[in-house]
Design a protein around this ligand. Structure first.
Ligand SMILES: [Zn+2]
Length: 737
């Protein structure tokens, strides 16, 4: 056997270069052994000594333990980075319960053992207790909790060493007196690993993934029945994997069949390998099957474990770890208070208790099923990671040198409510308004995650709702020529603000036909000082009806640009001076735009004629006329201050009547502008209102010059009154023969 054992250790040194299968049970005990053999040249010799002694004990040639049932004190180091990793006392206790069933063959599923192996399944007469006194003789729950900033651990023993108060794992208790069990988060699908007898004291013990620890709480199938610890503690008591970690290898136990390799999942029995006849003992705790499918140690394994205790862990046999401390006064803490309460933290305090060496603390949301546990060496502790707006209770237990008190009555506190400022939106405005759409905007509100919007025609019964994640929203499908109101509500992470006061806008009116619209205050295109939209209705041809405009330039704004565009038909453009002289004509063909530019330094009055080419009339569409004046260059910005100096007006009928000479002797000349051919009636009225002359004459569209014979009138003051239809223009003149 000696030769075989050395060969087995040598084999270990050449194995396990690959990672284990993640979806199957993975125990890193042999990898851990491999690392230790490489780093500690004396380990192999120590293990050989233990093996030799064990074999002597098993052969009956050396003293075995005398105690019928061994009780092994256990300390559980709960090393956690998250709340779920901080497994409950109940989950820890459930693991102890599993061990006490499995090692005593009290497990209910022992009955599933195939009959061929039932006679080999035994009660190992090994029990476990959560330590009741620590290495210093002080009372303990046997559970040590250590918060760590380390998110996960591997099989390199990092979980067994506290590298600082906040990082790494938790240091082992005296391993000659206690079984150290570490619960924590293991990376890479690792379920756990153990250290064989003979290894370093500081790393002696068993490490288990927190979600494979015990059988209640945060456990995950198929490793939810606590068998990972049963398996690993088997290693800790010197058991090998049942296949000997080699092809048809040796596990140094006589009553376990040779088997080729590990079994996974829940294999069908019998699975015959290595000509083992009766089949693999896959239901043995030292195979790799799921928790639900392993339920026995063999008699040979029991003997080997018993021998390992005698040969390598004799201190366990006399440990006082499971003996409660007694005697002395150990008062229950009183005077529980809380302070520094935030939404996620609080500091709890209590009065110093007689006999206290330290205190155990447990707290929970009132009504929760489980407590969170921690401890303190002072009479206060800061709790963090709490849930906001929750009622908590907490209890304190005094840890004395010789006893534990009962837990105190509960103190309570309520964590703060998360309150995020959530301001009402303000600064509502609107833009890009058309007949059916508008864009509404507002200022960013403190706390906003998004915005809820409601809008309606003012006076409507119901709102239309929408949302936006920005500070604006384009609304469409609106009704034209309607007054709308809209309100904005700030949506925050923890609720919403009230709706804002209403913003208002009015949708545009749908154009129906054309009307003259002077738009001195509208937002104009670059360069336009005045824009005019006017009807085409009545244009019948070159010599027919026309549209006329008059405008006056002033010093400093003398250059002129006229643009006629958006033409529905072939329209032309002509510019006159106030004497009726044509200055410029624009007569592009078809519906291209017309443009006149006149560069001048003289302020003057102008007339502008828009007229249709023969047949090019359109009674329903509109053209667009833009008049722009400037100093040296045409304007590119809106300048309302210049409005009065341009004042372009559409004119209709008689305009610019002048009479001369004045005083007149025998002939009075009339000059006037008229927008259409007409018969004009001229009356002369004296100072007492008597009509002294009445004459009709024909006027041509445009500028007219006529004369009245006044030689028959007496000297005096008179009024010339000319009328076209219902338009009347009056001028005063003097006759002086
Ligand atoms: Zn293993």
């Amino acid at each position: 056997m000696k030769k075989n054992y050395i060969a087995a250790l040598a084999l270990v040194l050449g194995m396990f270069t690959n990672t284990w299968a993640q979806s199957q049970r993975s125990c890193a005990t042999m990898q851990h052994l491999q690392m230790q053999l490489q780093s500690d040249p004396t380990l192999a010799a120590r293990m050989q000594q233990i093996e030799n002694k064990s074999q002597q004990i098993i052969a009956g040639n050396a003293q075995n333990r005398t105690t019928a049932v061994i009780v092994i004190p256990v300390v559980v180091h709960v090393v956690y980075n998250t709340a779920s990793q901080n497994i409950s006392d109940a989950q820890v206790q459930s693991q102890i319960d599993v061990l006490n069933e499995d090692f005593r063959k009290l497990n209910a599923d022992a009955s599933l053992t195939p009959s061929i192996y039932a006679g080999r399944a035994v009660d190992c007469q090994i029990q476990f207790c959560l330590a009741q006194r620590d290495p210093n003789g002080l009372a303990t729950t046997g559970i040590v909790r250590k918060s760590t900033s380390t998110t996960s651990f591997s099989s390199n023993d990092g979980i067994k060493t506290a590298t600082s108060a906040t990082a790494g794992g938790d240091n082992a208790w005296n391993s000659t007196q206690y079984l150290n069990l570490w619960s924590g988060n293991l990376s890479g699908g690792l379920l756990g690993y153990a250290q064989f007898p003979g290894g370093a004291a500081s790393t002696d013990g068993v490490v288990i993934l927190y979600s494979a620890f015990g059988r209640v709480g945060n456990v995950a199938v198929p490793y939810d029945k606590g068998r990972t610890a049963t398996h690993e503690i088997g290693h800790w008591l010197n058991l090998r994997h049942i296949w000997g970690d080699a092809n048809c290898g040796d596990d140094f136990v006589s009553d376990t069949p040779i088997q080729q390799t590990s079994n996974f999942g829940c294999p069908t029995f019998p699975h015959i390998t290595c000509s083992n006849g009766t089949g693999d003992m896959s239901m043995n705790y030292m195979d790799y099957t799921d928790d639900a499918c392993m339920y026995m140690f063999s008699s040979g394994q029991s003997s080997r474990m018993s021998a390992a205790i005698s040969s390598s862990r004799p201190g366990i046999l006399t440990s006082q770890g499971c003996v409660p401390v007694t005697g002395g006064t150990c008062a229950v803490p009183v005077g529980l208070t809380s302070s520094a309460i935030t939404t996620s933290s609080a500091t709890i305090s209590w009065g110093a208790a007689s006999g206290a060496g330290s205190y155990n603390v447990q707290y929970r949301i009132i009504g929760a099923a489980t407590w969170t546990s921690t401890s303190s060496t002072t009479t206060s502790i800061a709790l963090s990671g709490l849930t906001s707006a929750s009622n908590y209770e907490f209890q304190i237990q005094t840890v004395c040198s010789s006893a534990l008190s009962a837990f105190s009555g509960s103190g309570t506190f309520t964590t703060g409510t998360v309150s995020t400022t959530c301001n009402v939106a303000s600064g509502l405005s609107s833009s890009a308004i058309t007949t059916t759409s508008a864009t509404i905007s507002w200022s960013a509100a403190t706390g906003a995650v998004s915005y809820a919007i409601q809008y309606r025609i003012v006076g409507a019964a119901s709102w239309t709702s929408t949302t936006s994640t920005t500070t604006s929203k384009a609304l469409s499908g609106l009704t034209s020529a309607s007054n709308y109101e809209f309100q904005v509500q700030t949506v925050c992470s923890a609720g919403s603000s009230a709706f804002s006061a209403s913003g208002l806008f009015t949708t545009s009116t749908v154009a129906t036909g054309c009307s003259d619209i002077y738009e001195p205050n509208q937002t104009r295109t670059a360069g336009a000082l005045i824009s005019v939209n006017t009807t085409i209705s009545g244009l019948i041809g070159v010599s027919g009806d026309n549209d006329y405009y008059k405008f006056v330039t002033t010093s400093g704004l003398t250059n002129i640009k006229v643009i006629l565009d958006q033409l529905p038909a072939d329209y032309d453009l002509k510019l006159y001076n106030s004497s009726g002289t044509t200055l410029t004509t624009s007569q592009n063909g078809g519906t291209t735009s017309e443009q006149i530019i006149r560069n001048t330094t003289t302020a003057a009055t102008y007339y502008l004629r828009v007229y249709g080419y023969s047949g090019a009339n359109n009674a329903t569409s509109c053209y667009h006329l833009t008049v722009n004046t400037s100093g040296s260059t045409f304007r590119t910005t809106n300048q309302l201050a210049d409005e009065g100096s341009l004042n372009a007006l559409k004119i209709n009928g008689i305009d610019e009547l002048s009479v001369y000479p004045n005083p007149a002797t025998d002939k009075l000349n009339l000059n006037f502008f008229i927008t259409e051919n007409a018969t004009i009636t001229a009356n002369v009225i004296d100072m007492i209102g008597k009509t002294v002359m009445n004459q009709n004459f024909t006027a041509q569209e445009g500028f007219n010059q006529s004369a009245l014979d006044i030689s028959s009138l007496n000297n005096g003051i008179y009024f010339l009154r000319i009328q076209q239809n219902d338009q009347i223009v009056v001028k005063k003149f003097v006759v002086k023969h």
